[in-house]
Design a protein around this ligand. Structure first.
Ligand SMILES: [Fe+2]
Length: 270
């Protein structure tokens, strides 16, 4: 099964520039690229920061850009988003019984669980008791089936100090890890927020995140007082979920260097 992971679209109201650039063309190009190369994907998941400042027109702009996508898509909420505005506009944006934007998608490879790690008034992530209760209920219902988690904030430090200040609350991150340990069926964690390609494993669970659509975070492993930005190219991930493995292909789809033949893989060449 193939899926697309894309994140941090940071849309604005019509004409609004985010850090001196319009976020729309990068997503338009991503949609064209996915339609052309990956129309066989089951779905795309966007892991949050759909809008830059939660403006209603930003979500309208996002919706009309995504209307051109030929595969289904699902949305995760990020710290720049506004829950009520998204739920008013997007039919598939479900809320749990407590009003959090969390849902479960059944797939042939197991359950995709989309988490809501947002709390008003801070860019850091938060996961309250009610959300923990909902998640544990889903893990029990999963009955040991493979689970894939999609969320905006990482539940651990990434080594970029200025971003780690606004990761998921540290004690809640540990609690989330203990919950995943208890059920032992979480296979992969997909998240957004960091605007950088980062992959690895946490407590034995594989994870990956990627660049955003508009602006990126520079690789700075020292500075804590200010998040450093840059304009590296946007990317999306093509996720191949096979019987015995999950593969993450990072695609810098706007990269424009020359394409050429390196040589036949079966004939000797220099
Ligand atoms: Fe973001």
């Amino acid at each position: 099964m193939k899926i697309i992971h894309l994140t941090d679209t940071h849309f604005g109201y019509t004409g609004q520039k985010i850090y001196q650039r319009s976020p729309i063309p990068a997503l338009e190009e991503a949609v064209k690229s996915i339609n052309k190369e990956h129309s066989d994907a089951e779905m795309m998941v966007i892991t949050g920061d759909l809008a830059h400042a939660g403006h209603p027109e930003a979500y309208q702009n996002l919706k009309s850009t995504l209307e051109k996508l030929t595969i289904p898509y699902h949305l995760v909420i990020g710290n720049h988003d506004d829950r009520p505005t998204i739920s008013e506009l997007f039919n598939d944006f479900e809320m749990d019984q407590d009003g959090f934007a969390q849902k479960v998608i059944n797939t042939e490879k197991g359950l995709f669980i989309l988490l809501d790690t947002v709390i008003e008034g801070t860019h850091a992530g938060y996961y309250c008791d009610k959300r923990f209760a909902w998640l544990e209920e889903q893990l029990i219902k999963a009955n040991n089936a493979p689970v894939y988690i999609f969320m905006h904030h990482a539940p651990f430090d990434t080594g970029i100090p200025a971003m780690d200040v606004i990761s998921l609350d540290k004690s809640q991150g540990r609690r989330l890890g203990e919950l995943f340990d208890k059920y032992g069926n979480v296979k992969h964690l997909f998240f957004g927020h960091y605007h950088r390609p980062i992959a690895g494993q946490w407590r034995g669970i594989a994870f990956s995140t990627l660049r955003g659509m508009n602006h990126q975070v520079r690789l700075d492993l020292h500075r804590e007082d200010m998040i450093q930005g840059c304009f590296e190219e946007p990317q999306y991930c093509v996720v191949l979920m096979e019987e015995d493995r999950t593969l993450i292909h990072y695609h810098d789809y706007m990269h424009q260097s020359e394409h050429f033949n390196i040589g036949s893989p079966v004939e000797a060449h220099i």
